[in-house]
Ligand binder design. Sequence first.
Ligand code: PLP
Length: 414
Amino acid sequence: MKIAKRISRLGTETAFDVLAQVNELRAKGRDIVALSIGEPACATADYIKEAAKKALDKNFTHYCPSAGIPEFRKVIAEYVASTRGIPVEPDEVVVVPGGKPTIFFSILACIEEGDEVIYPLPGYPIYESMVNFVGGTPVPIRLREEKRFSFDVQELRSKITKRTRMIIINSPHNPTGGIIPKQDLHEVAELALKHDLWVLSDEIYSRIVYEGKAESVSQFPGMKERTIILDGHSKTYAMTGWRVGYGVMPKQLATHVSRLMTNSNSCTATFTQHAAMEAMVGPQDYAEAMVREFKGNRELIVNGLNRIDGFFCHMPAGAFYAYPNVTRACRRIGFKNSKELQQFLLYKGGVAVLGQQCFGTRTPEDDQEYIRLSYVSSEKDIKEALRRIEAALTDSKLVEEFLDEQRVKEVVGA
Ligand code: PLP
């Protein structure tokens, strides 16, 4: 049967492929330390689970308005207003199942065929995927290691053409942990105003900050009218599987996105929304303790990575990922790229990480190699992962065996 052409333009999140490989290896009895996953390892807090149980008992199991339960939209509006320092009305909020749908819907609603969208590279792969899907042109802006993974403002300026319709930013950033300085956000705002652009500001890690403050581009005069703020409960409250998030956007766009919700999901699960509302109004100590734990893990992993020959890792300012430059290690050992290093560490070292190919299509300028490691696991797991990585990389027999297998695969085209 014929499949629509547009489907061939849809990308994916290859982190899920690595997850499948990890599960397959574990099913075969292999012991794998997974630092590949982008979600807090701890359970959702009890008070949130209790709220969900109560909501079920009260039979909040029916449809609700597509844009979300009115009380929940109000709580979100107040929260975003106080954290971003902007006025927000409940009808500027659309509750959706997770962080991703705000990317999906806002690109669907704002981008025409042939429009250009500037997005961070490396970056969350769904941006590029969705722009391609709707027939737009993804235009990467490189995040520079020497700028602690912020972009060069001049370069950003040079990427804007008559066809540019949107700039996507993500701060704190996946996969680098970088935070965009306020001055650079101001420049983004000026460019957006000057060229009449949308800004999709992915702030899903806004509460996971270790140094300084993650500011929102929406705070600058005139920006609220053109900014779509993406946030949600997955990372802040360890609620990835609950599927709840929200977009904050101008009222007119919110109406269109609500209609996309009506056409796709009808609404976000009603009892989930009740639990998510309680997550926000209830005690915040669990969420804060989680960030304190990540902070300790961050130092452990970065210091450990910097002890490995050929690795160099900046201390990330936010999110929960370390993104070491592993170019020297790859060149010294003979790995073609970070994807080969990823495969080696998984199949020979028993550690799952993600190579940079998981974070957007590489450009010819991309001559450095990086991997992403999540530090959401226990201290014990992180220590064990570091030990395994170092042991595997210094085991020349293991490396040789892997490289031989790779070259055989290349010859037979596997
Ligand atoms: N945006 C970024 C930058 C992310 O890293 C993620 C998840 O990893 C999302 C959005 C999507 O979040 P969710 O799992 O809530 O859909």
